[in-house]
Design a protein around this ligand. Structure first.
Ligand SMILES: NC(=O)c1ccc[n+]([C@@H]2O[C@H](COP(=O)([O-])OP(=O)(O)OC[C@H]3O[C@@H](n4cnc5c(N)ncnc54)[C@H](OP(=O)(O)O)[C@@H]3O)[C@@H](O)[C@H]2O)c1
Length: 315
């Protein structure tokens, strides 16, 4: 049974901790910035798992916990990974602790192994393991199995990180060198910005008279059907609707109604992208394309774009 420490018991850290404990691993240290989430997580794991040091990442506790662990996860926000690694390296150096054979992992999709350099320089094994999944907090451990997991690490570090990814139920893959930033931007589009898109849809549904719960239920078959078309046909053929049909009058009606609320900016941006996708697929061209493009570009000041997408105020 392997023992592990989590530094950063937020959404990702707590999901990984719960799943590893479920798989028979032992949590020996849980830490967070103000200690609260770490203690709460420890309380849910206590009993299954023996003694857990939980709280703020104070030196003495970190040293005790990390000495007992074979794997340490740095699941703090991306911007704090490097400073956390540096802080840990300083502590281990001051206490003359050997890091040989200990694996330090971060779970960021956007950052590489350079973030963990101070630990590597002290003899630690370092790797990155990014689950391509959205972990919103509650129940994150249930959606980790089956997720694709990008693993980066060389030699023993890479092998052990891969084993952990498989234990979590991940489908392991590696990113081509230099691909990280685009990969992570793509992941944000697929998850975070899909939420933003659907939030906009819900705003319009509410204006149409459908409450959020009802609207979510109503659009689910539409969204899932579209997803299935996309998988089967690819984007160029899966696109349907007034833009690709060249129904300029319908799009003009949408714009008029949305502009009256100050909600047309996001629609125009998306519809322009749809128009270019339709053209790329050879599905709209010539005068129809030009007419639609003119409509979507609109006159300056014509749209009442009061709000940014997502910032539509209280319902
Ligand atoms: N959530 C996801 O969907 C997801 C998916 C894949 C990968 N990841 C990766 O997982 C990592 C963590 O993301 P997250 O979404 O779990 O973030 P999060 O929910 O905001 O959690 C961050 C955790 O780090 C702690 N923290 C913040 N600053 C700290 C510091 N200076 N020292 C010690 N602890 C600190 C926070 O403490 P408090 O609890 O006290 O605030 C919290 O426990 C990131 O690298 C992210 O890219 C996240």
């Amino acid at each position: 049974m392997a023992a592990f420490v989590i530094i950063g018991t937020g959404r990702a850290g707590s999901a990984v901790a719960r799943l590893l404990v479920e798989k028979g691993w032992q949590a020996v240290g849980l830490f967070s910035r103000n200690g609260l989430s770490a203690r709460q997580l420890a309380a849910t794991l206590a009993g299954k798992d023996g003694e857990i040091i939980a709280g703020v990442p104070a030196e003495e506790n970190l040293v005790t916990a990390c000495c007992r662990a074979s794997v340490v996860f740095l699941t703090v926000p991306d911007d704090f990974i490097a400073t956390t690694a540096e802080y840990l390296a300083g502590i281990f150096a001051r206490n003359s602790l050997s890091l040989a054979g200990k694996l330090f992992l971060h779970m960021s999709g956007s950052r590489g192994l350079e973030e963990l350099l101070p630990l590597k320089e002290m003899g630690a094994l370092v790797a990155a393991l990014h689950p391509l999944q959205s972990l919103p907090g509650e129940g994150g451990e249930k959606v980790l199995p089956g997720a694709w997991m990008a693993v980066e690490g060389t030699g023993e570090a890479g092998e052990r990180a891969e084993q952990i990814a498989r234990l979590l139920g991940g489908r392991v893959f590696s990113l081509p060198a230099g691909g990280r930033v685009f990969y992570h931007a793509a992941a944000c589009v697929a998850s975070n910005y899909l939420v933003v898109l659907m939030d906009y849809c819900l705003l319009l549904m509410e204006k149409a008279g459908l409450a959020q719960e009802q609207a979510l239920e109503a659009v689910e078959p539409l969204v899932m059907g579209t997803w299935s078309n996309l998988r089967r046909l690819g984007p160029e053929k899966a696109l349907t609707g007034p833009v690709v049909r060249g129904d300029v009058g319908t799009v003009a009606k949408h714009l008029q109604a949305l502009a009256a609320e100050g909600w047309d900016g996001f629609y125009r941006t998306l519809a322009r992208a749809a128009l270019e996708l339709a053209r790329r697929g050879g599905r709209i061209e010539g005068d129809k394309y030009t007419e639609m493009r003119k409509l979507l570009e609109g006159e300056k000041g014509q749209g009442g774009e009061k709000n940014e997408p997502g910032d539509h105020g209280p319902a």
